[in-house]
Design a protein around this ligand. Structure first.
Ligand code: FES
Ligand SMILES: [Fe+2]
Length: 331
């Protein structure tokens, strides 16, 4: 793969361990003895619902002979490695070694557990280390006037940071999204200025949106943080419609990302057919972006700002690069 000079954000950038990531759908982590293996930043993790303790994660490598713990069996209070039966509690400590019982397991017989693990909006979120930015909320999801749903969760070879960068961009609408919402009126990018507050960056674009043959003005607020999750709010002053989106890309490992897109919209009257049509349109929009991103000859975002050529229309992307450079500790 052709290289990019200078520092980059890629699928295994260590600083990204200090962020919340979407790692599974809640339904993918079942109750019962079977655990679930997920990948994040090139490392496998074992997820399980432990009787008496709830949702739990461990690094998916037993310290005995490095077998994947996810091949073991979930029991009350922890998981038993499927290879030689060492039992690990939800705090990561080894509580018993059947082959040498009643000897106490050595203190270093422990498995890494993540700093944070939670479920929100039907998704499991994990922060391996203490995150620099809080997990974005999506207040519209809990508002009864909104219909909510999840776009198809897709796995792609495109880089997770590139996907986030694309989601923060507004200049591609008339080109990449010409068959869906993109209009020629949106070619000129107008934003209301970039606001940066710590590890939070946002702007509101004054742009246009086409839907069902109608083109209307749109106020589009995009917000990024020290994470690979973006929050969007699309407001249509003419119709009063509001769409809120939480978009999260998981850098699973080199050449493999997963995309989660949580959707809330206030004009669907909880009509399942209209919600289904809206979600299918959002699936199509994501495929349009992937058609470009999967053809890139790299999967990283350069943090050296001289690698690309930026214009005023790239201000939000540039501000996010600066934020992420601060986050990973690059001057
Ligand atoms: S490898 Fe896990 S108990 Fe031996
Ligand atoms: Fe797009």
């Amino acid at each position: 793969m052709p290289s990019i000079t200078g520092p980059v954000l890629d699928q295994t950038t260590p600083a990204l361990a200090r962020a919340w990531h979407a790692v599974a759908l809640s339904g993918e982590v079942a109750a019962g003895p079977a655990a679930t293996q997920i990948w994040l930043l090139g490392q496998p993790w074992c997820l399980a619902r432990v009787p008496g303790a709830g949702l739990t994660a461990w690094a998916d490598r037993c310290p005995h002979r490095l077998a994947p713990l996810s091949a073991g069996a979930v029991e009350a209070g922890g998981i038993r490695c499927g290879y030689h039966g060492w039992f690990f509690s939800v705090d990561g400590r080894c509580a018993s070694i059947p082959a040498t019982a009643p000897l106490e397991p050595p203190g270093r017989a422990r498995v890494e557990i993540p700093w944070g693990l939670t479920e929100r909006y039907g998704v499991v979120w994990m922060a391996p280390q203490e995150p620099a930015s809080p997990l974005f909320d999506l207040p519209e999801w809990d508002d009864d006037s909104y219909s909510t749903g999840l776009s198809e969760v897709v796995r792609t070879p495109a880089g997770a940071a590139l996907l986030v960068d694309n989601f923060l961009d507004a200049a591609h609408f008339p080109y990449v999204h010409a068959a869906t919402f993109g209009t020629t009126e949106a070619a000129s990018v107008v934003d209301r200025g970039i606001e940066r507050d710590g590890f939070d960056v946002r702007t509101t674009f004054e742009t246009w949106y086409r839907e069902g043959g109608r083109t209307q003005p749109q106020l589009l607020t995009k917000e990024g943080s020290a994470s690979l999750t973006v929050r969007l709010r699309l407001e249509f002053p003419e119709s009063g419609t509001v769409i809120a989106i939480l978009f999260s890309c998981t850098p699973e490992r080199a050449g493999q990302s997963r995309v989660y897109k949580l959707l809330a919209r206030n004009d669907l009257d909880h009509d399942p057919d209209r919600l289904k049509a809206f979600i299918e349109e959002e699936d199509t929009i994501l495929r349009e972006d992937l058609s470009i991103l999967e053809r890139y000859d790299h999967e990283c975002v350069p943090l050296d700002r001289t690698v690309e050529i930026h214009t005023r229309a790239d201000r939000l992307s540039l501000a996010w690069r600066r934020l992420m450079a601060d986050f990973v500790g690059i001057d």
